[in-house]
Design a binder for this molecule. Sequence first.
Ligand SMILES: C[S@@+](CC[C@H](N)C(=O)[O-])C[C@H]1O[C@@H](n2cnc3c(N)ncnc32)[C@H](O)[C@@H]1O
Length: 218
Amino acid sequence: MREINLLRRYPKAKRNIEKRTSAQSEENIRIAREYGREYFDGARDTGYGGYRYDGRWVAIAEDMVEHWGLKPGDRVLDVGCAKGFLVKDLMKACPGIEPFGVDISEYALLHCEPEVVGRLHLGNCLRMPFPDNSFSAVAAINVVHNLERAECIRAVREIERLAPGRGYIQVDSYRNDREKEIFLSWVLTARTHYDPAGWRQLFEEAGYTGDYSWTIIE
Ligand SMILES: C[S@@+](CC[C@H](N)C(=O)[O-])C[C@H]1O[C@@H](n2cnc3c(N)ncnc32)[C@H](O)[C@@H]1O
């Protein structure tokens, strides 16, 4: 298990903490957790406020190809792929590669990028319909922390099962009370959250041997 930030070239989010805190409500959280239109393409208070392709995943895809030494024919899975932006950019970063995605959101899949039609599967990361060790690499960015702890462990085990030692999991985290407070004021969908030591413990409990990183809102 190794901490490595494959998202280091992802643009830093500009988040207005004050605004988000005042807009936070149980209702917004409920709506966001449906992962429907309101989450992806509705108002900012219930999710992304417009989840549109802008090429930001190209750099991440390039880093993944280099990190795993991916080559044409290799199968890669993006868990929580949403509209398939990373899947599309993996195809650009390594022509001939076979990237796929899985996501629980029918809305996201129905509004996916045209290039990835047929590559995205509707499903739950708790139980993914693929054989053991069937991918060269599996990424799960901003996904497993949306589950309750026991389910989060199941999802991490699934990632390990599909690509033993070749997973990459990114989750949200915090290193102190101040960062935790900011995180809690911002969070919409996450149900499980820890400091880095807590996350390492969860990964160990799941028997995870892949890579991971955290995003900390400062
Ligand atoms: C915060 S978004 C991240 C999307 C994308 N990975 C990214 O970083 O832009 C979380 C994604 O996980 C999906 N998701 C949530 N729970 C899921 C589950 N149990 N199984 C599969 N996908 C799930 C949501 O539909 C959504 O597309």
